[in-house]
Design a protein around this ligand. Structure first.
Ligand SMILES: [Fe+2]
Length: 296
C-alpha cells in the first residue's frame, strides 16, 4: 500500500567553477551537487597516449565542497543518441570519477553531441543536435542505456533537451516513457528546456507534463535563459513560468530526489549571487510544502 509520502527532495546546484562562491554564500541551502565530469578531465583524443588527463586541482576543490553533500553526475560526452558506438574508454573515466566522488546516479542528455576534436583537447562536447524519436533510435538508445547502467552500477537519467525534433514517430514524453520502460532509466526533467520549447515551438508545457510519466522523474533542473536572434535559449536566470511549473508539478513527482538550480558560469555576474541564493530558498519552500517521510 502506498502512503503518498516520499523522502524530501534535496535542493542543490549544478557544480561549476563559480559554485564555490555560491556555496560559500548559500551554505546549508545547497544539499546536492550535480557534477559535470567533463570539467574534471581533458580528453586529448584516442590518438594520444595517455588519452585522458585528470584535473586534480579541480577534483580536490570539488571534493571539499561535496563533503557531506549528495552528489550526482551530469555528463555530455557520451553522446548516447549518436549512431557511433559507445566510447568504452570514456565510460571507464566516468566510472572512475563516479566512484571517486560518490555519485548516486548519472545523467546524460537526450541530444546527440558533435564532438570537436583537433585544435583543442576534446574536453567540451560542442553542439547538441536534435534526436529523431523513432523505433530505430529507441532500440539503439535502450541498449546503450543498459550498458552504461551496467558499467557504472547506477541508474542513468536522460534529460529533455531545449530543442524540438520535427518529423518523429513518438512525441518526446512518450519516447522518454518508452525508453524508461525498456531500459529502466529515469528522467532528468529540465523545466527551463521545456519552457524554451514552449516559447519557440508548438510544445505546451502542461500537455507535455501530462503525457510524461512523472514517476520516472528523479531530478529536476530549474534554470533560465536568454533571447538570442528572437529564440529563447538555455543559459540561465529563472523566468516566472518556470517557477510556476516547479510549484505546480514538483509535489506531484513521487520519485523526485533532487532539484538542481542550473546557471551558466558566464552568467553569474548578470544573475547575481543573491538571486541564485534566493532561487535555492524558493525551491526549499516548494519542497518543504510537500508531505515527507520525515514529517510523517
Ligand atoms: Fe539542464
Amino acid at each position: 500500500m502506498t502512503t503518498g509520502i516520499r523522502p524530501k527532495p534535496l535542493i542543490g546546484l549544478l557544480y561549476g567553477s563559480e559554485s564555490p562562491v555560491i556555496i560559500d554564500a548559500a551554505g546549508a541551502l545547497v544539499e546536492s551537487l550535480d557534477v559535470i565530469p567533463e570539467r574534471l578531465f581533458y580528453d586529448l583524443g584516442p590518438e594520444h597516449a595517455p588519452r585522458f588527463h585528470r584535473v586534480d586541482g579541480a577534483l580536490r576543490e570539488l571534493q571539499r565542497y561535496a563533503a557531506g553533500r549528495h552528489t550526482s553526475g551530469h555528463g555530455t560526452a557520451l553522446s548516447l543518441p549518436s549512431e557511433r558506438p559507445l566510447d568504452e574508454a570514456l565510460l571507464d573515466v566516468v566510472d572512475d570519477l563516479a566512484e571517486t566522488i560518490g555519485f548516486a546516479w548519472y545523467s546524460e542528455h537526450l541530444t546527440s553531441f558533435v564532438t570537436l576534436r583537433g585544435a583543442a583537447p576534446a574536453a567540451e562536447s560542442g553542439f547538441g543536435v536534435p534526436v529523431r524519436y523513432d523505433e530505430d533510435v529507441l532500440t539503439m538508445l535502450a541498449a546503450k542505456v543498459e550498458r552504461v547502467q551496467e558499467r557504472l552500477g547506477m541508474r542513468l537519467l536522460l534529460e529533455n533537451p531545449a530543442v524540438v525534433t520535427l518529423g518523429s514517430d513518438y512525441r518526446e514524453p512518450e519516447f522518454l516513457n518508452e525508453l524508461a520502460r525498456r531500459s529502466g532509466c529515469g528522467v532528468l526533467l529540465d523545466l527551463h528546456n521545456l519552457y524554451a520549447n514552449e516559447r519557440n515551438s508548438h510544445v505546451d508545457c502542461d500537455d507535455y507534463l501530462h503525457l510524461l510519466d512523472l514517476g520516472n522523474v528523479v531530478e529536476v533542473h530549474i534554470a533560465g535563459g536568454t533571447e538570442l536572434f528572437g529564440v529563447s535559449t538555455d543559459s540561465h536566470a529563472t523566468p516566472p513560468r518556470v517557477r510556476e511549473l516547479a510549484a505546480d508539478y514538483l509535489p506531484t513527482m513521487p520519485s523526485l530526489s533532487s532539484v538542481i538550480v542550473e546557471f551558466h558560469e558566464s552568467c553569474v555576474d548578470r544573475i547575481g549571487v543573491p538571486s541564485i541564493v534566493a532561487e535555492l530558498e524558493r525551491m526549499h519552500e516548494i519542497v518543504d510544502g510537500v508531505p515527507t517521510a520525515a514529517a510523517a
